[in-house]
Design a protein around this ligand. Structure first.
Ligand SMILES: [Mg+2]
Length: 243
């Protein structure tokens, strides 16, 4: 089938790009990531009781850096590489011990969205790519996603905004219309990312964040969880045909 440039643009312009955060949005990994990080710090640097830091909403790259700083380990390319490799070695064991759960409504929503020819699903997460894959594969969710922007790109999560815009454009072959892009996440930084990208956001309260604090950041929508599939599809103007 031949499409003229105009009709191709019209066709692709009708698509939605949905960016999903992972931890606290798609899955609750029951602390597997934290346990793997603490084991990695002990194994690599010989720390007996390493201190941890708040992990929510951060990139792994920033977390590695701050964990070294707070535990008085000198930060270098080598220390980062060692910590990252050991973290990825420990994570499968911790996920096998307890991988947690898929959060309410997520599986049905992803199934519905991937059934729709209008939706392209991406990951916009602070996890480094192998950790994202391990956490989602533990719940058979990895294959729902077509592309991603990950936490290896910068210590600062907000630096992911321009990368996500570039990735969406390169994946679709044109710049998606801003009103057809949504970031879905559980932290203030997910909402801020959407604001920096100039797109809409859905905040969910499944990651332990307080609804009032999330609401104060001004997301376009805020839900207790993602279980109201019909309402979310209505937001996207996708027909929910009950298939
Ligand atoms: Mg999160």
């Amino acid at each position: 089938m031949h499409l003229s440039t105009d009709s191709l643009d019209t066709f692709l312009g009708s698509q939605w790009v949905l960016w999903f955060d992972i931890d606290g949005t798609l899955v609750d990994s029951a602390g597997a990531g934290r346990r793997a990080l603490m084991s990695a710090l002990k194994n690599v640097f010989g720390l007996t009781s390493p201190q941890c830091i708040p992990l929510h909403g951060r990139t792994d790259c920033g977390i590695f850096q701050d964990l070294c700083r707070i535990n008085q380990v000198s930060w270098s390319t080598e220390s980062r590489a060692l910590l990252e490799a050991e973290y990825l070695r420990c994570l499968p064991r911790e996920l096998a011990y307890d991988s947690g759960r898929i959060l309410p409504g997520v599986l049905e929503l992803l199934q519905k969205l991937t059934d729709s020819p209008h939706c392209r699903l991406g990951l916009l997460t602070g996890n480094i790519p192998p950790a994202a894959k391990l956490k989602l594969q533990a719940h058979v969710l990895w294959d729902f996603f077509e592309f991603g922007v990950f936490g290896d790109a910068s210590p600062d999560r907000l630096d992911l905004a321009p990368l996500a815009l570039e990735k969406a454009s390169s994946t679709l072959g044109l710049k998606p219309s801003a009103d057809r892009v949504i970031v879905i996440g559980d932290t203030i930084d997910d909402i801020r990312l959407a604001q920096m990208m100039g797109v809409r956001s859905i905040a969910v309260c499944t990651g332990g964040g307080h609804r009032r604090e999330l609401a104060a950041q001004g997301p376009h929508f805020i839900f207790d969880d993602l279980s109201d599939t019909e309402l979310i599809l209505k937001i996207l103007n996708c027909p929910d045909d009950g298939a």
